[in-house]
Design a protein around this ligand. Sequence first.
Ligand code: SAM
Length: 273
Amino acid sequence: MRPDRPNKRPSGLSQRTTQGHVARKRFGQNFLNDMAVIDDIVRAIDPRPGQHLVEIGPGLGALTNPVVALSQHLTVIELDRDLAARLRKREELTVIESDVLKVDFGEISRERQGRLRIIGNLPYNISSPILFHLLPWAALVEDQHFMLQKEVVDRMVAEPGNKEYGRLSVMLQWRYDMESVVDVPPESFTPPPKVDSAVVRMVPWAQPADVNPAILEELVAVAFSQRRKILRNTLGQWIEQKGLETDFDLQRRAEEVPVADYVQLAQLAAQSA
Ligand code: SAM
């Protein structure tokens, strides 16, 4: 260690990036720096001119630049005032300086007059809230490509019987067809996050089940409250309290039940409410 340098960085600051921006931890800023990985992600997205692309958290433009070179226009949503100011200098970008959790994607779709392709290397601290914020607009979305913690992507795409299968899997799989498309190691970012990352592709089902997400969420939370036990004492009680007549097999564990069975139960509960 060099004696003339403090060992610790000032609190709240991370390391300085090459473009003179200090990464802000509270905004989940981990900037992609690996051209091969960026290339893989852009190829997975496959942007085309005329498409209505929206990027959440463009940051210093690691994805923004190659994507807009192909799509010719891009709407970007950035919370960091300094980064938004840099982005506003570019004609081919429409910049929304805002917390993405406050953005009305219905309005963007109306303005752009078409279905949206949403992309982003998301701030990991709010990745699940962003996924649930977008859920009600799925019908206005062509697809979504998001970088997330790999562990979260594994839970999103997990199938019944897999130990990763849980609430997040059910709450997203009923609405999206999903697959993990690129794995990304920590060293592909500046500063590197503590976890592995992955990019997930989410394509809304064209004809999703007609289900009330609030009811589905309620029953899935009850079912997975004790995921190792059979459902008789958890979901069984919920079904009894609601007075539902069903042959739902309660001898199973929550992690063994296919999404379609949960959806059916939510539909039944909605009918008898
Ligand atoms: N896309 C860049 C990249 O790949 O290098 C940056 C990704 S960084 C993980 C997350 C980005 O989201 C940062 O630019 C950060 O400022 C922005 N951000 C954080 N919270 C946000 C929020 N609530 N709404 C919009 N953008 C946010």
